[in-house]
Design a binder for this molecule. Sequence first.
Ligand code: ZN
Length: 132
Amino acid sequence: MLKEITVKTRSRMEMVDITSQVQEVVRESGVKEGICYLYVPHTTAGITINEGADPSVVRDINNTLRKLVPPDAGYAHLEGNADSHVKTTIVGPNTFAFVEGGRLRLGTWQSIFLCEFDGPRTRRVLVKVFSG
Ligand code: ZN
């Protein structure tokens, strides 16, 4: 079954730790061993797995993306969010984690983040847990 996590973001650019919501979907699925697949159906928000323990890592990632893809760089797309689309493509729309013993098998310091690049908005993350 396909599940949906709703995330309300609060600023234009933000990484929201959704690990506990994803863990809840895994628990509800009843799958003990398998794969949890995550997909973000948006063009200006992505998903990634990185360090959740030290919040300065998230700050560094966002500051680096801001430098790499400035908001105003003579883009062709005229909605005012061209940089958001480019950042989303760099980060990507999907990721996965293994499920072991009914829980996400992440590394000690890893968290799953929804990456907002054109907020604040209400975002959706589609989650499917496969047994195997
Ligand atoms: Zn756009």
